[in-house]
Write a protein that binds this ligand. Sequence first.
Ligand SMILES: NC(=O)c1ccc[n+]([C@@H]2O[C@H](COP(=O)([O-])OP(=O)(O)OC[C@H]3O[C@@H](n4cnc5c(N)ncnc54)[C@H](OP(=O)(O)O)[C@@H]3O)[C@@H](O)[C@H]2O)c1
Ligand SMILES: [Zn+2]
Length: 319
Amino acid sequence: MKVLAAVLERFNGPFSIREVDLNVRPNDVVVNVKSVGVCGRDVVVWRGGFRNLRPPLILGHEVFGEVDGRPVAVFPAEVDEYCLTEHSGSENLCESYSILGEGRPGGYATRIAVPRWNLIELPDRDYDRYAAAACGVATFIHASKVAAVTRESRVLVTGATGGVGIHGVQYLSKVVGAEVYAYARNLEKAKALEGLGVHTVTDFSFYKKEGRVDAVIEVVGGPTINNSILALRPQGTLVLVGNVTGEEIRLQRPALVVMRELKITGSAAYTKAEYEEAIRLIHEGLIRPFYRAYRLEEVNEAYRDIVEGRVLGRAVLRP
Ligand SMILES: NC(=O)c1ccc[n+]([C@@H]2O[C@H](COP(=O)([O-])OP(=O)(O)OC[C@H]3O[C@@H](n4cnc5c(N)ncnc54)[C@H](OP(=O)(O)O)[C@@H]3O)[C@@H](O)[C@H]2O)c1
Ligand SMILES: [Zn+2]
């Protein structure tokens, strides 16, 4: 079967829009893609930040579309049978957990072939809204468990104007009920955070007046981590969710981590149940999606806008 796809031919280079053969394996289902989000992870791959990957690649794991006219979501990662039987409910930690677009071809295409297990029924056809918010909300559902965030917690989130952050902070404030400090570097974009139930901060010294936080959900990584650590209370937890540049991270003041007994941990994506929960929250209107839509053929424009900081929330592609 032929499909039209945006193909990453070389790192940091333009995508080419061309016809490719879709490999449909036994037990696969073919999904007509209606909307696919451009995750910050895709951008890290595009920059060459995942050294195990080699172009050509068809990226895209935030896939929403139709099977036989029925609206579906595609769970963003593939896992093997062993994982599903032995580690169901913690499949995000399986060695076989492979993000779509990095193992098999992803959703920057008119169609995608995925195992039937990956299909999730969608309650409506607002594909762009799910493509904008589902990965970010699911990421925060998982990360807030890792950081043991409760309604009593005070949490700092970096990258709060990006696709993961702007939807994640809403989960923390509106669903968990935590007190959220949302860090944004761009003052203009930061205004969008008003009305989301968070304290917007554009300077890391906020804690000198407001007090330190119990947890940091570090979405940006290298560029902010040394500042966000300063805002953590003794025995607080920093959860590393992302590292936008894909480069090495250096700890400038390791003594702080020692003397304050800080915990630094990671958060690895999400389970299928967490992704389904994110879809439910978006459907119920608890999460306001922020996105800009592009045609698949405009993928290079979308990447340019992302890299130059012009997108608030998610860029979504409509094949
Ligand atoms: N662990 C997981 O489960 C998981 C899941 C999804 C994504 N991720 C990772 O999370 C990261 C972000 O993803 P995303 O989808 O939110 O990306 P995104 O939509 O491109 O947003 C990136 C965010 O980082 C900010 N940022 C970029 N460079 C910065 C710098 N030098 N200083 C301060 N802020 C900076 C951006 O600020 P502006 O808005 O001002 O440009 C924006 O808020 C990526 O590394 C991705 O791989 C992890
Ligand atoms: Zn994603």
